[in-house]
Design a protein around this ligand. Structure first.
Ligand code: SF4
Length: 280
């Protein structure tokens, strides 16, 4: 529960996990205006995977400048490495790297999907490390505070609400529990603030992209799409993964996929599968 005071005698810390996307931008602005039960987050943390489109980095910079000027607050940046660099290192040197939810094709033609480790290693763990660091805890010291981690999951993505694993953290979903907002409401809220239209954030080559997302990237951000195609070509053989590895669910090279330009794709794995640390 997000509230100004608690009766348990413990110190409570509020951390807004900022993803650079639509919902967490709306949540950030609402929070700094005191619209989330009057509580303003103690820290705003953005964990950068290093492989977001340039437009998202420009957006995060703009939002950070706006909140500095308007609320005298700043985003704290952290990271768990660079997902793109680590993927290439894994592909080129068969070194260990956190797996994306890659699609795989076995020698006998069976398709599969790799269990995702990237959200934990590039989003969740860096935020946890940064919180420990901000609260001045050493590596094995027990955290005494109750840390409320706010995530920007909206009412239309309620399936992404998942329990938090770290015992001293409590997951908070203010866009569901405090102010009921869907994605469209969030876009309208940010636009009313005069910041423009926020986009959905995610890694350029996230295998959860549906064909609509790939198609829009190909048309509107050819530089990012070309990069995803180039990386996809390099990841056919990844350490400890059997068969060939792909970014697109067809298990075809990304550059050769027909994105059904004349059809809408309803197979959106991102919203169903990705917990609230990616894409909000
Ligand atoms: S956006 Fe996709 S690739 Fe990036 S960390 Fe999240 S699940 Fe992994």
């Amino acid at each position: 529960m997000i509230q100004e005071t608690y009766a348990d005698g413990k110190k409570h810390i509020h951390v807004l996990s900022y993803g650079g996307g639509t919902q967490s931008t709306a949540l950030l602005l609402m929070a700094l205006k005191g619209e989330i039960n009057g509580v303003k987050p103690d820290y705003i943390i953005f964990s950068d995977t290093g492989w977001e489109p340039k437009s998202i980095y420009a957006w995060v910079k703009k939002v950070n400048e706006y909140i500095k000027k308007t609320f005298n607050r700043e985003i704290i940046f952290t990271n768990g490495g660079n997902i793109r660099t680590d993927m290439l290192n894994a592909a080129n040197n068969q070194a260990r790297a956190a797996s994306l939810p890659y699609f795989t094709l076995s020698p006998t033609g069976e398709k599969g999907m790799v269990m995702r480790q990237c959200t934990a290693e590039y989003k969740i763990q860096p935020v946890t490390h940064k919180i420990r660091n901000l609260l001045s805890y050493g590596p094995r010291q027990k955290v005494k505070e109750v840390v409320h981690v706010w995530k920007g999951i909206s009412t239309d993505e309620i399936q992404r609400v998942k329990p938090i694993q770290t015992p001293w953290q409590e997951a908070e979903h203010p866009l569901i529990d405090v102010i009921q907002m869907n994605r469209s409401n969030c876009i309208a809220y940010v636009e009313r603030e005069g910041l423009g239209t926020p986009a959905k954030s995610s890694c350029i080559g996230c295998p959860y992209h549906d064909d609509t997302t790939w198609r829009e990237m190909k048309l509107n951000d050819p530089e990012s799409f070309a990069d995803a195609v180039a990386i996809d070509k390099k990841i056919r053989v990844m350490p400890k993964l059997k068969g060939q590895t792909f970014l697109h669910r067809s298990c075809k090279p990304l550059g050769e996929v027909n994105f059904n330009e004349d059809q809408m794709d309803i197979w959106d794995m991102f919203d169903n599968e990705c917990e609230g640390m990616c894409g909000v």
